[in-house]
Design a protein around this ligand. Structure first.
Ligand code: ADP
Ligand code: MG
Length: 347
């Protein structure tokens, strides 16, 4: 049982951190409810059951604590693979799945605000709500309970996706309550993993970016998103438990690469709900960077109540508070997503 601790990084990149005049007041150095069951950042021995880290592209900068016996146990195991073929960038449509099987990590918030940021930059953007909870649909002022045709009909009944696209702040292919039955209905179909990919053929040339909001699971809906996608962006809440799920996510992606879509990989990891005042959040980001290196976007999406206020008004945060720091954070992220693709193209 190896005890490991993080060494401080010698050179730290300047992050485009947005300053926190809008941070929620009264937030304390809170830990998850089951914090007692968690290993601390200084002693991650509970992760020993995870497989080895050797294949990570960026070696984990973990060293044994002076008093701890070797061997060093890595924090995260699965190799994160950048897409084999470069993303098409602006020479073709980029189809990005926002995925993390953990709920409440800001998948929906990131889908909407990143999409609106791309639109502000002049790109043609389509958002797809693939979550039966329909939060993305709701956040544009639509009610999933009263929507008659939705992504369910596109995936299962094969109606054209253009029939379920609503024009709001950005174009949005809507979810309805029916979508909850889609996993089951799809399971019986031949080509069940390629349903979304096929549906997108009709519209993909009309858009520069198609962003897919996925449910908090790695089921068939999320697999459909991975098969259709040119890349995956993973929002990760800045807390320790959030990091462990990344192994499972990458394993699922590896299976998709092997069998269904060889080009798909993690384009980047977005630290969300970042509260720089808590040691916990800072350490969570540090561990992410130690393990995933450049895959971690430099933009941190800070914790602020603005992100919860905007959807109530049926708006992105860029529409709700255009000059605020919360909007600016997603503009920064959009630039990073764009430049990441350019950097790979010129590599
Ligand atoms: P997911 O789609 O991963 O379940 P959501 O985007 O719905 O996550 O976010 C979960 C909740 O957290 C929502 O109420 C949302 O408004 C809120 N939220 C999202 N991002 C932030 C943030 N940076 N700071 C504070 N609250 C946030
Ligand atoms: Mg969601």
């Amino acid at each position: 049982m190896g005890f490991v601790r993080l060494l401080p990084r010698s050179s730290r990149t300047q992050h485009s951190v947005v300053e926190s005049d809008e941070l929620e007041v009264g937030m304390s150095e809170t830990e998850p409810e089951d914090a007692a069951a968690l290993p601390t950042f200084g002693e991650v021995s509970a992760l020993d059951e995870l497989p080895s880290l050797e294949e990570l592209p960026v070696a984990a900068q973990l060293e044994p604590a002076p008093s701890a016996p070797p061997p060093v146990t890595p924090v995260v195991s699965a190799p994160i693979v950048v897409p084999q073929a470069p993303s098409p960038g602006m020479t073709g449509t980029r189809i990005i799945a926002l995925a993390n099987q953990k709920g409440g990590v800001a998948k929906t918030t990131t889908t909407l605000n990143l999409g609106v940021a791309f639109k502000e930059m002049g790109y043609r953007v389509l958002l797809i709500d693939l979550d039966p909870q329909g939060n993305l649909t709701m956040s544009q002022g639509l009610n999933p309970d009263t929507i008659e045709t939705s992504m369910f009909d596109v995936l299962v009944r094969k109606i054209p996706i253009s029939d379920v696209i609503e024009r709001r702040e950005v174009d949005l292919a809507v979810a309805s309550i029916d979508l909850a039955g889609a996993e089951l209905a799809l399971a019986a179909l031949i080509g069940r993993e390629r349903s979304l990919e096929k549906a997108l053929v009709e519209v993909r040339d009309r858009y520069d970016f198609i962003l897919i909001d996925t449910p908090p699971s790695l089921g068939l809906l999320t697999i459909n998103a991975f098969v259709a996608a040119t890349g995956v962006i993973v929002p990760v809440q800045c807390e320790y438990l959030a990091l462990r799920g990344l192994v499972q996510l990458e394993n699922t992606l590896a299976m998709v690469r092997e069998n269904l879509n060889p080009r798909v990989g993690v384009e980047g990891i977005v630290p969300t709900m970042y509260d720089s005042r808590t040691l916990h959040a800072r350490e969570a980001v540090e561990i992410l960077e130690e393990n995933f290196g450049d895959l971690v976007f430099k933009t941190r999406i800070r914790k602020t109540v603005r992100y919860a206020e905007a959807p109530v008004k049926g708006s992105s945060v860029l529409g709700y508070d255009p000059t605020g720091t919360a909007a600016e954070a997603y503009r920064d992220l959009a630039k990073e997503v764009l430049h990441g693709a350019e950097a790979r193209e010129h590599a």
